[in-house]
Design a protein around this ligand. Sequence first.
Ligand SMILES: [Ca+2]
Ligand SMILES: [Ca+2]
Length: 495
Amino acid sequence: MKKFMYAPLSLGMAFSLLFGLSGLPSNGHAAGNDLLLNPEIISGSTDRTDSGSAVLNLGDNLITNPGFEDNLASWTNWGNTAAVTSPSFAGAKSARIASGEGGAGQIISGIPSGKTYVLSGHGSVSASTDTAIVGVDCLDANNNVLAKNTLRFNQTLYEFKSTAFTTVPGTAKLQVYIYKNADSGANAFLDDLSLKARSGVQAINKDVKAMWVWQETTSALQDSAERSTLFQFAQDKGVNVLLLYINKTHLTTNNTQLKQFISQAHAQGIRVEAVSGEKEWGLTDNHSIGLERITDVITFNGSAASSEKFDGVHQDIEVYLNKEKWESNKTDVMKQALAYIDKATALMSGTGMTYAQDIPRWYDGPEYTVTYNGVDKGFYKHLIDRLDWVGLMDYTDRYSDGQWQAVRDAQSEIDYAAQVGKKITVGLETIDPVTAGGDSITFYEEGLDDLDRALAAIKAHYDGNAGFGGVAVHSYGKQKGNAYYSLPVKADNHY
Ligand SMILES: [Ca+2]
Ligand SMILES: [Ca+2]
C-alpha cells in the first residue's frame, strides 16, 4: 500500500549525497509575484517541443508476434527454433534456439530508404559462452542484403538491448530475425522484440524512456569521450529523454558545448530537459531562486539555434523534505509549492518548452489533500493539473501477488493524468541502497534483470492508458559507479 510514508528519499537528496551540492544559487531578481496561471498550460498540450523540432512518436511495432505468444506464427523457422514457456521474459512464452545453429525470421515490406528505426529486444543464453542474436537486415526489392544491424546477448538472465539505424539507399524491406551460431551448444532465448520507426525528437508519451543525469553533466559537456559514452549508453538502453542536471556554469561557461550536446542528442531523437531543484524552492521566501533558474534556461534557449534548445525545464522540488515546516503545517507548505508552480508555468508560457516536476509515489495518500484556489482535492491532482508532465518517483523494488508494487503505485496518478490530458512518466531507482535510503527502494541489488522486468511490466500494464508517459530510470551514475551505468545482471531476483 502506498498510503504510508516510506522513508522516501528524494532525487535531490540522493543527488546531494552522491556528490554534494556546490551551494545554492544566490537570490537574484524575482519574477513577478502576481503572475496568473496561464490557462493554456493548465489545459496543456503535452507534446510541445522546441520550435522547429518535429513532434515525434515512435511508430507501431512492425514485428508480428514479437513476444512469441502465438508460438512461431509469422516467423519462418530457419531451424532449431521453438516457442517455449521457460524462461520467458514477458507473457507466457519466448523463442528458444536449441544447441546448434538456427533461428527464425520475418520480412517486413514497404520500407523506405533513409528512415531511422529502433530495434530492441530481450535475450539470454543458457551458457555465457554462446551468443543470442536479434538482427535486422536492410533488403532490396529482390531480397538482397544491403546492411545488417544486430543486438547480441551473452548473459544467462534476460537483458534488454536497443539500437537505432537508418535504412541504406535501395532498401525496400526489412528482415528481422533471431539467430544463434553453433558455438558451444548452449540454448539462446529471445522475447519481447520491437522494431519501430523513429523521426524527430521524442515527445512525452508512452514510448518515453527517460534517464536522470546528475554529476556527469560537466564531463559530458567538456570531454568528448565521456559524451560518447553517455550517448552510447542511451542508445544501448533505449533512453530517449535525458533529464540533465544544469547549473549556471553549464549555461554560461559551457554554453557552446551545451549547444553542441543538445544538437547531438536531437540528431539521435533524444529529448533534453534542463533539470534543477531544491526542496526550499517551493517555499514562498525562495520562489525567486527556482524561477531565476527557469529564466536562465529561457535565456539560453533564446541564444540557441532551434536544434540547440532545451525541450523542457524539469524541476525536482520536494517540499516535504522541509521537515519542520512540513510536519507543523503540511497544508501551508503544499499551498506554497502550488503557488510556485503557478509562477513557474506563467514564466514558461510561450517558450515552447514543457514544464515538469518530480513527485514521490505517496503524494496520493488521503492525508495529502489541500484546498487551493477554492478547490479541495489531492495535492497530487493539483500538481498534475499544473504541470505538463510529471516524473513519478515510484521507488520500490517489491513484488507480490503477481505484480510489481511500482505498477500498483502509479495507478491513481496515471488515471488522473488521463482525465486531465497530462502524462505520468514512471521512474524506478537504481542507486545503491545506502544512498537510496533502503534496499526496498532500489533495484541496485536485484540488478538489470529485475529492473528490466519491472520496466516492461509498467509499460505493458499502462500501454493503453492515455495518462501514461513511459518510464524513467534514476540515474546514470557513471562517475560514482553506484547506479544504472554499472548495474549488473544478477540472479538475485525478488519477484
Ligand atoms: Ca513472450
Ligand atoms: Ca533492492
